[in-house]
Ligand binder design. Structure first.
Ligand code: ZN
Length: 287
């Protein structure tokens, strides 16, 4: 069993917690919150900022969507406008799992630490799926043991009255254009590794899709498509625009469950997702 870090005993916990909480609330209020969607059982929330998306934010979204009949953007336009991890140096996406956030949120810290082990394994599997989708994209996700060496932090968030997350979320992420202090992948206490309605690795694949720059496919879809799939009214934040990387794909990993896939939210990479991802991150095609 993993040993959990323990806080020094002589600190005034109540005072420290009150101060940290106040600072946290102020920080959250300063952050524009973006897409907030609730699906049948999975609520995934993404902080969004100005950028390019698949419908990539001018915020980038991956294989994304600008409507069923909207052609994908030419590759040169896409790569010049999209918000994504451009250089080779940027493409090693290191992450630090804040074990304290897991271990110290339970009456029994070992229970929380055990949950961290399960989520860590699922996150590694989800990351591997993205890397396998494009072996020559030079994208790597790598866990590190120190926050100052990490591109982003993985944080566990419990459901409390003062939680910064709406109560129905399972997880939420960020985009490449997000400020460094906002690069946090939050895992809610609603997340379950054995949930019957969604694939636990799939939820994290979807979140990593946001981190790679991909917006929600269904938010960019034609309104008729949204209705067909049971998603109506979701819009990207005002400051976020999306760039289509592929044609609209209701089976996209970035689409909330649609049609037959609603039986269980698998959030698998579709063939079109993989093609779009390779177009954005892959080697430039020969002239
Ligand atoms: Zn999402």
């Amino acid at each position: 069993m993993r040993r959990c870090p323990r806080m020094p005993p002589q600190i005034d916990f109540a005072l420290l917690a009150a101060r940290l909480h106040l600072l946290w609330r102020r920080t959250i209020k300063a952050v524009p919150l973006g897409v907030f969607v609730v699906c049948v059982t999975v609520a995934v929330w993404v902080t969004a900022f100005p950028a390019l998306a698949l419908r990539s934010a001018e915020v980038v979204g991956p294989p994304s969507a600008t409507g069923a009949d909207t052609p994908a953007a030419p590759l040169d336009q896409l790569r010049s406008r999209a918000s994504y991890w451009r250089s080779g140096d940027e493409r090693t996406l290191t992450y630090w799992i804040n074990l304290r956030s897991f271990c110290h949120t339970e009456a029994n810290p070992d229970t929380g630490c055990a949950r961290a082990d399960g989520i860590s394994a699922n996150l590694a599997a989800a990351a591997q799926d993205w890397m396998d989708a494009c072996p020559d994209c030079r994208l790597r996700f790598e866990r590190v043991d120190r926050k100052d060496k990490a591109v982003f932090t993985v944080q566990y968030v419990t459901r409390t009255r003062d939680s910064p997350l709406p109560p129905r979320y399972v997880a939420h992420a960020f985009y490449p254009f997000s400020a460094k202090t906002s690069r946090v992948l939050r895992i809610s206490s609603r997340y379950r590794t054995d949930h019957p309605d969604y694939d636990a690795v799939g939820v994290l694949r979807h979140e990593l899709g946001h981190i790679l720059g991909y917006t929600h496919e269904h938010a960019a879809a034609d309104p008729k498509q949204q209705t067909t799939c049971g998603w109506t009214g979701e819009r990207l934040p005002a400051k976020v625009r999306a760039i289509a990387v592929t044609e609209y794909d209701p089976q996209s990993i970035m689409h909330y469950p649609c049609g037959t896939s609603r039986a269980k939210a698998t959030f698998a990479l579709s063939p079109r997702d993989i093609a779009g991802h390779r177009a954005l991150y892959g080697p430039s095609p020969s002239p």
